[in-house]
Design a protein around this ligand. Sequence first.
Ligand code: NAD
Ligand code: TYD
Length: 351
Amino acid sequence: MASRKILITGGAGFIGSHVVRLMVNRYPDYHIYNLDKLTYAGNLENLRDVESKPNYTFIKADIVDGEKMQSLFQEHNFDGVIHLAAESHVDRSISNPMEFIMTNIVGTVSLLNAAKASWKNFEGKLFYHVSTDEVYGSLGEEGFFTEETKYDPHSPYSASKASSDHLVRAYHDTFGLPIKISNCSNNYGANHFPEKLIPLAIHNIKNSKPIPVYGKGENVRDWLYVEDHASAIDLIFHKGKVGDTYNIGGFNEWKNIDLIQLLCKIMDQKLGREEGTSAKLITYVKDRAGHDLRYAIDAAKLNRELGWKPSLQFEEGLEKTVDWYLSNEEWLQHVTSGDYQKYYEGQYIKR
Ligand code: NAD
Ligand code: TYD
């Protein structure tokens, strides 16, 4: 008998697949259930190395389906939930907000209801909600987001995540549901769908296609290697205080244009191109509507209380990421065929 049954939602996505892999391998006495709808962003190829492990089960389902969530919770009596399933791309939230409202808000409430109804006694149970720093809004040149920063989301994506954070806290305050929340900065690493800046730029550089930089490229993001995010989630899940929020970040701010320049340099080296070749692909394009200027996380609480800090320097992580994409040609080909072409055309060619 597995000692704990853990439900991970969105485990076939970018971050979720790293969390699933870590939990399956690190805790052989847990049983990990990965529940995923397999949208365009969900990909079971991300989990080939864990799918035959005895402590792993995949469930294809939509978190918006409340009845299904109730019956799964009744059937399996999960001890804990790590909730990552979401629509996650800001540009898609601008063109189709409703999908974000359904999955990120209604889907989260349907999971909360299932947990509340099936967990007659909350003892030893935990609902851990994985969220983003984008709920805090946009910073100027100075300052950092702390756990006390007031929510001020701007995009439909960040507004939907803010709403789900509030609902998770509301179930704690109103019904006593044991919860934890973490808000993390921008992740990068293997298995990242090439709609987000870093994997999209790697894909385009590889194919000598334009690298679209929004506006003047002066927006700032704080980048964290995805495996460091996964290790923080593990730590918070096991050692964090129930009811608390933790910020997770890399203390690693980059202006988009500087990041792209660095990536071009790494790609030139890896592809054996003359230095400066890839940078010629940089193309400034129309800015994103409502584009937040700067995100920067203060992760001091997580460091102080649980001893977490990022393990990799950015240059090292970026190189590892480029290596992964260059040696996983088939993965990239699969995810960029079909619907991706339509998305790319709508987003960039007709921009
Ligand atoms: P992703 O888009 O790569 O993956 C999302 C996963 O959720 C996919 O596997 C998809 O199939 C699944 N999913 C979507 N709708 C679903 C539904 N209705 N029912 C069940 N499954 C569904 O996202 P990601 O980048 O891995 O992000 C995971 C979580 O982490 C999200 O909650 C996101 O808000 C949060 N987050 C992401 C970042 C980042 O930089 N990517 C940073 C901080 C927080
Ligand atoms: P993205 O990876 O979409 O993450 P988020 O919007 O959640 O921070 O974008 C990171 C930054 O890169 C953001 O400032 C928008 C910018 N960007 C571009 O300049 N070009 C692109 O093609 C994309 C996808 C993003």
